[in-house]
Design a protein around this ligand. Sequence first.
Ligand code: PHE
Length: 453
Amino acid sequence: MTDTKKSPQGEWSSHSAFIMAATGSAVGLGNIWKFPYITGENGGGAFVLVYLLCVALIGIPIMMSETLMGRRGRHNPVTTMESLTAEAKADEHWHYLGWMGIIAGILILSYYSVIAGWASAYVLKAFTGSFFDADAAAVKQLFADFIASPVQLAFWHTAFMLATMWIVKQGVNNGLEKALRWLMPSLFVLLILLVGYAMTTPSYFQGLHFLFTPDFSKLTGNSILTAMGQAFFSLGIGMGAVMVYGAYLPKKISITETVVVVSIADTVVALLSGIIIFPIVFSNGLQPDSGPGLIFETLPIAFGSMIGGWLFGILFFVMLVLAALSSSVALIEPAVAWLIETRGFNREKASLYAGSVTWLIGFASIFSFNSWSGFKIFGQTLFELLDYVTANLMLPIGGFAIAMFAGWIMVRGHSEQELDLPNPLTYQIWQLLIKYLAPAAVFLVFLDVVGVL
Ligand code: PHE
């Protein structure tokens, strides 16, 4: 029966291995690169508050649902949805949810890899001393020159995709978990150290004020959508990555506990990143809304002036690349698992195919920072459009569908058994969130954006 079924891809070796892998998937560029720049673009405190509410009330219950669906289905998202619908005798169209996840993962990775490429290039820049004593203007120029070169961006994007494909080839639960065991704690220590630096800057409290004092007049329908999209993006939910990782999860491990730990770790890293970036922004007369380059235009100033900055700069960007790698393998895993399980590919071939397609799509984002920067659809460059469509639309729609499926379609006994909550009340609360609150919240935010509310 389902209880003894294992995923064809194997299982995590232990509880902590799964926590590590899930944290690795959640913590990445979304926390350190994206959170600060979209917070800066959307006015700070109020945006952060909406984001935190979305994580707690929508993100956590949906992440629990996605994990339990994955563990019950034991396969790639498409096959998992097929077997779950068969089990619940539901409409077979639900398997499109799996498809949307696979596509969203590839589209996200296509630009994620380009940005991870920036971080990789910055390892080298840190190493060669490019940030040494650099002021805000010099650092800004360095970044502008860098992204103006499609050749450089293509080189680093290619390198990052090759690294992703190489790790995916080995199998996610093979080796990666060992690296993450030291990566996550070290990243945390380094962030704390940088908070220490931020505290020495003249505008430390202005930075904190910007992040944590809500000014609700700054909220628009679109910024609420962006905050919600960021909750999905940062937790890595709504596209099947958690579903495939859940498929490799042994029966005896508590889903709830894991999800709560991972969400807290993910949120703390994002907030730390904001606490580091904004004091540097204000202390150097920079603009909080300067866009996707924000961390690349601020952190080098810190590394250029702080004691030990050369070493910390190298370490920071190395860790950022590794954190991005542990997310990129999760983004591509739904596609890879699908190729292996339904097309009979071996891991090597599957990662080569999925990786090559992603690599190619990545060029749309590369050129949107230079040669095609004037090419806009709905006023957005291709990079912005890809980000908007995936993070703000596909992930929330995927999450909505997951909530509906887990709450309304799945046989109650099955979700109860998978979650195995300590008392009936907590299960009731989860049901309430997943059946009503989470779907209604996503729906209302969408209505608000299209101007119906
Ligand atoms: N959560 C990752 C990050 O914050 C990105 C990601 C999105 C990973 C979706 C997996 C699935 O960087």
